[in-house]
Design a protein around this ligand. Sequence first.
Ligand code: ADP
Length: 223
Amino acid sequence: MPSRYKTLLLFGPPGVGKGTQGKLLGRIPGLRHLATGDMFRSLDPASELGRKFHEVSSRGELVPDELTIACWQKHVCGLVSGGGYAPSRDILILDGIPRSVAQAKAMDEHIDVLKVIHLRCQNLDEMIARMKRRAKMERRSDDADESVIRRRFAVYERETAPVLDFYDASLVREVDAIGSPAEVLRNILNVIVPVYNESFGNPLSEPTEHSEKKEAIQGQAKG
Ligand code: ADP
């Protein structure tokens, strides 16, 4: 197993489409999508961390760094031991983390960042409209209220945007997030495919190692 997980960061403001793109990317053999928002939402709401998450996210704020990193580490270890993520052949696509410079520093010993995909959309009103639609569809209380949404953008500018400067400029790729999901996906894949090929080659060329995902794909194609 590699000492640091080979990782791509999906980076950008709330509502820019990281979740939509992350889910699409996660269907591709060799890519393992992990969204910290989903990770936190899957916690038992009665647990201490679950309560803390609800309390801060409904105000549009971030979970404290130490708790976030501890939870993320535990979650990744669970994925590895459960077979949901194989660091020797999958690239980890992180969505929603690191969200502060302190998190980026703490994660540096665990992740080898191959590229930072900076999704950009200059149209704030469009992003707010997307978040309101998402609030209805996914019943997300943190997206329902416009003042909370605006707070999240302010937190993004203050805490998260500086993370870009933590990484070497040569790692950062600006990607246009305006367009249909397929168009944005194409823009992202233009960055990812060469990186993946350089790191691992074709994930389906080793039938023994990749049989599970391959079988799943073949099953989908048949069904
Ligand atoms: P979005 O992508 O729309 O900003 P997420 O689903 O990624 O929203 O996150 C929802 C909430 O989960 C955040 O507002 C924050 O409270 C919490 N959260 C997610 N990731 C992190 C993180 N890396 N550090 C701290 N809090 C986080």
